[in-house]
Design a protein around this ligand. Structure first.
Ligand SMILES: [Zn+2]
Length: 419
């Protein structure tokens, strides 16, 4: 059963299924922009669908970003509001040949997937307890779904079509932007603030429903290179310096029971070594540093440096090179300067009689980057669940709610947001 609102849920579902079947996994090893051809393909599909809706101001730019504007339905100077979702999916689980499975009315309980004997368990995903009766979309267990963020893409596309079909809904100009390579931290790389020409933005890239995320991690990345000396092990005595061993030692000195993603939640930050490779001569690991308090990233970098110094004392001749890359910053600072951007989002949920809460993202979004650039952009729920995993699923009902949320939000902006 699809839920009974005037949003065309079946059309929204068809869209979502169409979009998730275009493989758009971001490729962190690619120098290209976007990093994968599927993102260009999906972008072309969206641009042509937007044009078919009659949205003339639509184009896919040289970098693969898709821009469009739904014209205002009310006169006067009403702020332009931007809605954003990202075209790419996470490279952390297979993202090609997605075979979505639709459960029209979820009866509750664990969900066995078609392949690999995989099961989405209520015990591991308490959000399922609220979703009985929803239309859910899962995978067959072999790939991710890509609801992160094609739920956002589908919601914004349906929003556009719904606005075009219902010209009596009051709203200012609605700017649409689909970005590329968000999952590998390049989502804002070709964002043109002047071209966006918006007063505020909202990313539709959140889990479940009813959440307005107005904070996110500040993030840096360390690349740690161990430099040893390789010689045949038979003649290694006193000569061989094993970079792999040195790097492993360094990582073993980082805490596991605290300051790690495995041991923290809520507002606690962490250090996360997430890739390692190399040989005797050279070895390299990458470590993510994450915290809501930006200054704590310095503490984490210092901990890694201290561990490296200790290893060098243990292993004569070993050297480390540690390179720190700035990734993104907590959006809270920028949003605090313009509180109405978040307030309209929560007010809209109240007016829809929905449960709502503010949330802090243990990660980043394109909106975090946009906020830092000067376009305040919190993140809104759009029905994603178990993201970056083969157990990923999405709730169509929650995607519908996200579209309704956006419509109400636009109504509030045109009524109260005029400068
Ligand atoms: Zn996302």
């Amino acid at each position: 059963m699809l839920n009974q609102t005037d949003i065309d849920a079946q059309r929204l579902l068809d869209r979502f299924l169409r979009y998730v079947q275009v493989g758009t996994a971001a490729d962190p090893n690619s120098e290209n922009y976007p990093s994968s051809a599927g993102q260009l393909q999906l972008g072309r599909m969206l641009a042509s669908e937007l044009k078919e809706m009659g949205i003339e101001e639509t184009h896919q730019d040289d970098h693969g970003l898709v821009w469009a504007t739904v014209p205002a339905t009310v006169p006067g100077s009403v702020p332009t509001i931007l809605f954003n979702a990202h075209l790419d999916t996470s490279p952390e689980a297979p993202g090609e040949q997605v075979r979505p499975q639709v459960i029209q009315a979820y009866p509750g309980g664990d969900i066995p997937l078609a392949k690999e004997s995989r099961v989405i368990r209520v015990a591991d995903c308490p959000a399922l307890e609220e979703l009985a009766g929803h239309c859910l979309v899962t995978t067959d267990g072999t790939t991710l779904l890509g609801g992160d963020d094609k739920a956002g893409v589908a919601a914004i596309m349906e929003l556009a079509q719904h606005l075009i079909e219902n010209p009596r809904l009051p709203h200012g100009p609605v700017r649409i932007l689909f970005t590329c390579d968000e999952e590998i931290g390049r989502g804002a790389q070709h964002m043109d603030l002047a071209k966006a020409a918006a007063s505020a933005g909202y990313t539709l890239d959140g889990s479940g429903h009813g959440e307005v995320e107005n904070e996110n991690f500040s993030a840096d990345q360390l690349t740690v290179r161990a430099i040893g000396y390789n010689i045949h092990p038979s003649i290694g005595k006193g000569r061989l310096i094993n970079a792999t061993r040195g790097l492993a030692l360094l990582l073993s000195k980082l805490p596991i029971d605290s300051l790690s993603p495995e041991s923290t939640d809520g507002k606690d930050g962490f250090m996360h070594p997430y890739t390692i490779g190399g040989g005797v001569g050279n070895a390299e690991a990458k470590i993510l540093l994450r915290d809501f308090e930006t200054h704590r990233l310095d503490d984490y970098a210092n901990l890694v440096q201290t561990a490296a110094d200790e290893v060098c004392q243990q292993m004569d001749g070993l050297k480390f090179e540690i390179e720190r890359t700035r990734q993104y910053r907590n959006m809270a600072d920028s949003l605090r300067r313009q509180p109405h951007v978040v307030n309209f989002a929560t007010e809209a949920l109240q007016q829809l009689n929905r449960d709502w809460k503010l949330g802090a993202i243990r990660g980043g979004t394109d909106g975090a980057m946009f906020s830092e650039m000067g376009l305040p952009t919190p993140n809104l729920s759009v029905g994603q669940h178990n993201i970056h995993s083969v157990l990923e699923f999405a709730s169509l009902d929650e995607i519908v709610w996200a579209v309704e949320h956006a419509i109400k939000l636009l109504e509030l902006w045109q009524a109260h947001g005029r400068s």
